[in-house]
Write a protein that binds this ligand. Sequence first.
Ligand code: NAP
Length: 288
Amino acid sequence: MKIRKNWRLGLIGYPLTHSYSPLIHQTALGNSGLTGTYTLFSLPNPQQIGPVVAKLRSGKLDGLNVTIPYKREVIQYLDGLTTSAQVIGAVNTIFLKDERLIGDNTDASGFSQYLEHCSTGHTFFSDHALVLGAGGAACSVVYALNIQGWEVTIAARRLTQATLLSESFHHPNLHTAHWEAVTNHSFLKNFSLLVNTTPVGMAPNIDQSPLGDDVALPAGMLVFDLIYNPPKTRLLQLAEKNKTTAINGLGMLLHQAVLSFEIWTGIKVPVEKMQEVLNQKLELEEER
Ligand code: NAP
């Protein structure tokens, strides 16, 4: 009799209180007819990373996700990186291949897949994108936009952080801008895509926005906020007020998770089905 594999997946990071990953991956397992668990390893101390990663090497785990603040820190425990993880310098997915622990980064592909999905039928009036923030998520976004051929400007409140990120890619189509510039319409009007990678506006600080409420956005701009809680940030409310297209980060979260799941199990889960489950969860949370 063939024994059914029990998939043991998990996530390391800290804090993990509000993570949607267990819901996404349990839904993915159920949808694929697989059984298994997705465990949250909430690790306040970075020294706890090694022992959890070792479970993957010893076969006690089949797949591991990594989130803030350990996406860079975890690299020292791995044997190799995929090209995207290497260029971005951060890992969100770990798998064992030929007895080697490999780190991958599905945030970038998750972002580009979802952007492509949302921009079907949308005409961009220029190939200039503005990225707000220059932290970990910005690295993945800039990497993905570079591959898609965008001319990218990074604006960060610390210009040196934007400059370091820009220089790390050695790419000619990358520029930096002062944070103060982003509220100026004559500056903004050049960009047909705006991506917020800062946590400004994320719960519980839902009254904040990286742009003021009176900033005029150019018609036809697509505004992508990586935040998904709340689903409609103040920035996305501004985008709607300006009649531009507004997208939140839920689809990116879902796409990166589906890509991780495929790396571990070889199964491609239908994203639309998963989106329904997540939307229901978010609606329930909003009602509370
Ligand atoms: P991070 O590495 O800490 O980077 C955050 C960036 O935002 C930094 O450049 C930071 O600048 C800047 N920033 C923070 N507060 C700011 C403020 N008040 N004004 C201007 N800039 C500010 O964080 P991350 O990992 O990139 O995550 C950023 C956001 O993306 C979070 O909301 C996270 O939930 C979201 N995210 C979503 C997904 C998804 O799948 N949808 C994936 C990854 C991340 P300083 O360094 O100067 O503070």
